[in-house]
Write a protein that binds this ligand. Structure first.
Ligand code: AMP
Length: 211
């Protein structure tokens, strides 16, 4: 199973990818998580990319394609993988096609989560995240703990989850990522799911659409 989850920031790609990963036994590859981990560890890459993330801009395609190329070559990707937050531009999708062809791999499906922008702004600006393991907490669902219940890490708001930056990221999505819907529609592998339904219903819809 080689899957792409497409959708705006806050559409629930990460939540669904984590669950699919656990149930299908294949890794979730989140380019956002990989970049944030580099920033946390203060690597050269992290230091160079931090300002892109803080401002809600996309990091250069070549940087992302190098990261994904290296990641897909690892052993754990042999049985399949779930791409979460990648590709995000048409050149990235074209680069992925080349990587897949080189590795003699085929995509099983591309699932696009359809969403409503205003609801996303509300959803993301109330999202709090563990700085250590990345677990999400929603301020709308009651009190957010200051320490992660899963790993004990510090819970806070991601710099790029503040409302102004969220609106900017949604604009970036509209301009640069949404064209991918048409890119994959042409291949016959695109499946669309209502991303505004409950987490459970979205998950069921994804499984149903993948057969
Ligand atoms: P995410 O966690 O997927 O929302 O990604 C957070 C940030 O990481 C984005 O706003 C970008 O700055 C950067 N990023 C993650 N994935 C990509 C990608 N495929 N292409 C470019 N930038 C990315």
């Amino acid at each position: 199973m080689r899957l792409i989850l497409l959708g705006a920031p806050g559409a629930g790609k990460g939540t669904q990818a984590k669950r699919l990963s656990a149930d299908l036994g294949i890794p979730q590859i989140s380019t956002g998580d990989i970049l944030r981990e580099n920033i946390r560890q203060g690597t050269d890459l992290g230091l160079k990319m931090k300002s892109y993330l803080d401002q809600g801009n996309l990091v250069p395609d070549t940087v992302i394609l190098d990261i994904v190329d290296e990641r897909l070559k690892r052993e754990d990707c042999q049985p399949g993988f779930i791409l979460d937050g990648f590709p995000r531009t048409v050149p990235q999708a074209e680069g992925l096609d080349i990587l897949l062809e080189r590795g003699d791999m085929r995509l099983s499906g591309v699932v696009a989560l359809d969403t409503d922008e205003e609801a996303l702004v509300r959803r993301i600006s109330s999202r709090f995240t563990c700085s250590s393991c990345g677990a999400d907490y929603n301020a709308g669902n009651g009190q957010v703990p200051s320490q992660c219940t899963a790993c004990g890490g510090a819970v806070g708001q991601r710099e790029d989850d503040r409302e102004e930056t969220v609106r900017h990221r949604l604009g970036v999505y509209r301009n640069q990522t949404e064209p991918l819907i048409h890119y994959y529609d042409g291949t016959g592998r695109l499946r669309r799911v209502d991303g505004m339904a409950s987490v459970e219903d979205v998950y069921r819809a994804i499984l149903a659409t993948l057969g």
